[in-house]
Design a protein around this ligand. Structure first.
Ligand SMILES: Nc1ncnc2c1ncn2[C@@H]1O[C@H](COP(=O)(O)OP(=O)(O)OP(=O)(O)O)[C@@H](O)[C@H]1O
Length: 266
């Protein structure tokens, strides 16, 4: 098999991490190969965010190994190859930045001497178009809805044209229209060859894109293989029909809280 098919772009090997005195990752193995879309699933507090934050060096590990593009993370310097969208935060934070400015900031790691040239500006424009916000470039991010904020953060990551895109709960609290845009954006990125690691509470609308699911429970890998089957999900115990597009849940606040993973989440 060709290297391009088998190359591991991100790996955790036997990783342990603690938050305070509490063990949060207890020997996690996770490998993401080039071109794959891997979903990291599990209940609240199972360690999903900690695992991806350990991968990018935001959380110290007490044991185990981490590699990015075949290089031990401690020696990895090529961060422009990695795009990271943290768990939903606001892109505004009181600073009156425009949508275009926030997305452009995601290109700085690629720009020579920190100056955006024509190719850089084209990448920023493409990222804005991908998330459907090209006409909002001059608007303040403070004027945006929660779902539009999330699209800005994703566009910021995409502006750097990352080979590996890591997103932590990209659909959480995002309105249905933005969910559709995000799913389409991701589909196009994947078609372009981007490798994706998604933290999700449930596969939800991104399910058709997912090649493999890694399910965590209490800081350990419970399952690594095909994603939970879509077919028959409503028949599974624990599914109580709460959906993000329910009329009484316009912002999707209740999204992904039940479903096929209920059997793992208990
Ligand atoms: N900064 C922190 N300080 C102390 N404990 C933390 C910190 N961040 C996370 N934890 C704890 O680590 C455990 C795992 O949290 P983590 O955010 O990785 O879980 P998760 O699976 O991503 O859950 P969620 O879906 O709620 O984001 C939880 O018990 C959490 O309370």
């Amino acid at each position: 098999m060709a290297d391009t098919v088998t190359e591991t772009v991100a790996a955790l090997r036997g990783v342990h991490a603690e938050r305070g005195a509490r063990p949060v990752l207890r020997g996690v193995d996770l490998a993401v190969r080039r071109g794959e879309v891997v979903a990291l699933l599990g209940a609240n507090g199972s360690g999903k965010s900690t695992a991806v934050r350990a991968l990018i060096g935001q959380v110290p590990v007490s044991a185990g190994g981490i590699e990015l593009f075949g290089t031990p993370r401690s020696r990895f310097r090529d961060w422009a190859r990695v795009g990271y969208v943290p768990q939903r935060t606001t892109a505004a934070s009181g600073v009156p930045a425009t949508v275009g400015e926030v997305v452009s900031s995601g290109r700085l790691s690629r720009a020579r001497l920190g100056v955006l040239r024509r190719a850089d500006r084209a990448a920023v424009t493409r990222a804005l178009e991908l998330v459907g916000l090209a006409d909002r470039a001059k608007d303040s991010v403070n004027e945006l809805s929660g779902g539009q904020h999330q699209r800005v953060l994703i566009a910021r990551a995409l502006a750097g044209e990352p080979e590996l895109l890591i997103m932590d709960e990209p659909m959480a609290g995002v309105d249905l229209a933005s969910q559709d845009v995000l799913a389409r954006t991701l589909r196009e990125q994947v078609a372009d060859g981007t490798t994706v690691l998604l933290v999700l509470h449930e596969p939800g609308p991104l399910e058709p894109l997912i090649d493999r699911a890694v399910v965590l429970r209490d800081g350990r890998v419970l399952h690594d293989g095909p994603p939970p089957a879509a077919v028959g999900r409503h028949a599974l115990p624990g599914h109580d029909h709460v959906h993000p597009h329910a009329p009484d849940d316009p912002d999707g606040a209740a999204q992904n809280r039940t479903g096929p993973l209920s059997r793992w989440n208990s």
